[in-house]
Design a protein around this ligand. Structure first.
Ligand SMILES: Cc1cc2nc3c(=O)[nH]c(=O)nc-3n(C[C@H](O)[C@H](O)[C@H](O)COP(=O)(O)O)c2cc1C
Ligand code: SF4
Ligand code: SF4
Length: 236
């Protein structure tokens, strides 16, 4: 049995969650999209782990499904599960995943979501402390353990849709398209370490003269901001 989990993560919550599934091979969606990794033909269990963005799927997850799964022979995929992390609640995001997979001819067997520290900076009054993050992870632990058991037993849990989900999906996918983000800047305290470039899931940061330069493919995941070891990225 081969279980592969495709992960999109900005700040690491969804990667943390994916790592809870025993024996799974974990690969970043950005590596699927760049062609550096291709889903092996003998994969029989596929997981997709990702954050909720604007009550919908992050753009890389939609791209992964339409570019890397649609058109592939998916008859060997016997069990497909989705694991979402969110700052508050997912609304219809898991149903959105189910619908996107259905468009690619794939049935989502199981979906679950968990509350984690919220990475969306514009709505934060202050950054989540390490202690608070640890407390949230601990609170989520019982639910995660139950989902792990369910997934290992190949239980079925089909996410429900609700009223207006198509409208929510349309707004979410339009709002979360990659674009330039004029609000992010590196301050003079930047040491040029390149961490922000390495963690950006969109490959949107290049280093010029030892400083990060932001391109026009930002999805506002704020990984660069949260992961900078010297807090040198400013958001205005
Ligand atoms: C652009 C963006 C949009 C978000 N939208 C939502 C949302 O609609 N609902 C919600 O509960 N959390 C939302 N969040 C919070 C994330 O889902 C949450 O922080 C997630 O755990 C981040 O996962 P990651 O660390 O794997 O990137 C959003 C975060 C970002 C960066
Ligand atoms: S992570 Fe911070 S210090 Fe490192 S290059 Fe980026 S902005 Fe500069
Ligand atoms: S540049 Fe945009 S997409 Fe890249 S890490 Fe920063 S916020 Fe995320």
């Amino acid at each position: 049995m081969r279980t592969v989990i495709a992960v999109h993560t900005g700040t690491g919550n969804s990667l943390y969650l994916a790592k809870k599934i025993p024996g799974a091979e974990i690969h970043l969606i950005r590596d699927f999209l760049s062609g550096d990794y291709v889903l092996p033909d003998d994969t029989d269990r596929l997981g997709i782990a990702f954050p909720v963005y604007c009550w919908g799927l992050p753009w890389p997850v939609r791209e992964f499904i339409s570019k890397c799964l649609a058109g592939r022979d998916n008859t060997g995929l016997g069990y497909v599960f989705g694991l979402a992390t969110c700052g508050a609640f997912p609304l219809y995001t898991l149903h959105d995943l189910s619908a996107a997979l259905a468009d690619a001819g794939i049935v989502l067997s199981y979906g679950a979501s968990f509350r984690f520290p919220d990475a969306y900076l514009p709505l934060q009054k202050k950054a989540v402390t390490d202690d608070k993050a640890a407390e949230m992870a601990e609170k989520a632990e019982a639910g995660i353990a139950e989902a792990v058991r369910d997934i290992m037993n190949e239980e079925i849990r089909i996410p429900r849709r609700g009223p207006g989900w198509r409208l929510v999906r349309a707004i979410s996918s339009a709002a979360m398209k990659p674009r330039s983000n004029e609000s992010l800047h590196a301050m003079p305290s930047c040491t040029g370490c390149g961490t922000c470039r390495a963690v950006c899931p969109m490959g949107n940061i290049s280093m010029e003269s030892g400083h990060p330069v932001f391109g026009d493919r930002c999805i506002s995941c704020f990984a660069c901001y949260h992961m900078c070891p010297v807090n040198a990225i400013e958001y205005k």
